[in-house]
Design a binder for this molecule. Structure first.
Ligand code: 4AD
Ligand code: MG
Length: 465
């Protein structure tokens, strides 16, 4: 076969150098035709669109062409020509074909169109080859890039926080332990407890639930940082919005207060959604057509409108007076459930909402305490269809107040002694938040299950692939 430089299908579809020979490589989506001619729809992941390969059956012979079926991978040299058919502008008249890999129609699982999302989850190793997941994962890439671009353009530093830690940042307790001890026969102390001093790190460790505590140390030196990495939560919540392994973006900014924090969160989300509309148009339009015809309107709405800001107490009042029957009763002091958050956003305000000043009992120890003695300077950003997309706060910068809260909660201060000490060494007001990357992806793609916006989801009872 003649050696030609490969042209990606996304580029080939834009060419108008008709009559010139080009090379494309990709996976066969479909093959149809008649006795004389075959039409192969070829996709290489560079775009949701396929390029049509036109094959003269006689030229290649039936037995050579037979294994070119759905899922097979081929290498094609051919003439770029203007397409006669509808729906595409160019096609390739095959001159030479090499078959890289066949895909036996009797066993290749992605035969017919329109598999259910549930079935595709079971074959997550192949689902990136579908239009839907190709679109979702291309958008995921562009969103990750946009996050780095947003912060880089604004002077934030990408700060790498550890994945293995000895602290429980959120105090949520839902952690995965990391150990090299023999679980069948762990060493024990005299009083019968597991002897972690003999473990790899000489102490008990776990996978991080958040990079925030270390992120704060970065902000107190570099001014403005962000983290962007995997976080792990062993909460046994089998919901369409929770993963055991999810990616989180956590900016942290010295000298910001809660209002600066809200401004940053709103600007950041709008930037990302606008970026998706500007750079992922084709894939978003496909997803809108297939799954959610209000998707693009919803994205535009968020970009174009100010988020509503109100306190938790005001939110509770609206919920109590709504006359709505909620599954979980709601009054001052209760943690808001998804149904409450979505009532405020979708029914009452019909707009993204930022709730602030939550009761301290339902929020983490590190949040700045308000003068009322009851609430803290927390903020949650609530989105249509999603509920909580961002959680954050201004941080408690006062050593005594922070220590009091740690004691009040009966927390073990030892694993976070270094965090508390920063309040003694040049403490300063600062604030930050965490954006759940997959929650953002749900919003931008219109998908409804978080398992469908990450290539290989980790959820209770599922760590396949
Ligand atoms: O509200 P969370 O627990 O806040 C923190 O972890 C803080 N340390 C953030 C900070 O202030 N730096 O989590 C932040 C966000 C949530 O709003 C949600 O979008 C997402 O992370 N999230 C999850 N996403 C998927 N699966 C889960 N199990 C999630 N838990 C939280
Ligand atoms: Mg939260």
């Amino acid at each position: 076969m003649k050696q030609l430089k490969r042209t990606k299908i996304s580029e080939a579809l834009k060419l108008n150098t008709f009559g010139k020979e080009i090379n494309v490589k990709g996976w066969v989506r479909t093959r149809r035709g008649n006795k004389n001619v075959s039409f192969v729809a070829l996709n290489d992941g560079s775009t949701i669109q396929n390029i049509q390969i036109v094959i003269d059956n006689e030229k290649f012979g039936e037995s050579f062409l037979k294994p070119i079926t759905t899922g097979a991978c081929i290498n094609v040299n051919g003439l770029l020509v203007e397409s006669q058919g509808q729906g595409q502008s160019v096609e390739i008249q095959a001159a030479e074909i090499e078959i890289f890999g066949t895909a036996d129609p009797a066993s290749y699982p992605l035969q017919k169109k329109g598999h259910s999302l549930e079935f595709l989850r079971e074959i997550a190793y192949l689902r990136p080859r579908t239009n839907t997941f190709g679109a979702v994962f291309r958008i995921r890439h562009h969103m990750a890039y946009a996050i780095h671009k947003y912060f880089n353009d604004r002077g934030f530093y990408y700060f790498h926080t550890p994945l293995i830690t000895a602290s429980d940042a959120e105090g949520a307790g839902a952690m995965f332990e990391v150990t090299t001890l023999d679980l069948n026969n762990p060493p024990r102390t005299e009083d019968g407890k597991i002897d972690y001093s003999q473990d790899f790190f000489g102490r008990q460790t776990n996978l991080t639930v958040s990079g925030q505590l270390e992120g704060e140390l970065g902000a107190m030196a570099l001014g403005a940082i962000y983290t962007f990495g995997p976080t792990f939560r062993a909460e046994n919540s089998n919901t369409p919005r929770h993963l055991a392994e999810f990616w989180m973006i956590e900016p942290e900014v010295a000298f910001n207060d809660i209002n600066d924090n809200m401004d940053l969160a709103e600007d950041f989300l709008k930037y990302l959604i606008r970026y998706a509309l500007d750079n992922c148009r084709e894939d978003i339009e496909f997803l809108a057509k297939m799954y959610d015809n209000e998707l693009i309107d919803r994205l535009n709405f968020v970009v174009d409108n100010n988020f509503i800001r109100l306190t938790y107490a005001e939110g509770i009042k609206i919920l109590e007076e709504s006359g709505e029957k909620f599954e979980f009763p709601v009054h001052w002091g209760t943690d808001l459930q998804s149904e409450h958050e979505r009532y405020l956003v979708e029914k009452h305000f019909k707009c993204p909402v930022i709730l602030t000043d939550y009761p301290k009992e339902i929020k983490s120890f590190y949040m700045k305490q308000n003068d009322d003695g009851k609430t803290v300077r927390a903020m949650d950003v609530l989105f249509p269809k999603i509920g909580e997309i961002i959680g954050g706060s201004e941080r408690e910068a006062d050593y005594d107040k922070l220590m009091n809260r740690v004691k009040e909660l009966g927390m073990n201060a030892e694993p976070i002694w270094w965090y508390i000490e920063t309040r003694k060494f040049g403490t300063a007001p600062h604030a930050g938040f965490g954006l759940g990357f997959e929650r953002l992806m749900l919003f931008v793609t219109g998908m409804t299950n978080i398992r469908d916006v990450i290539p290989f989801p980790r959820t209770p009872n599922n760590a396949e692939f």
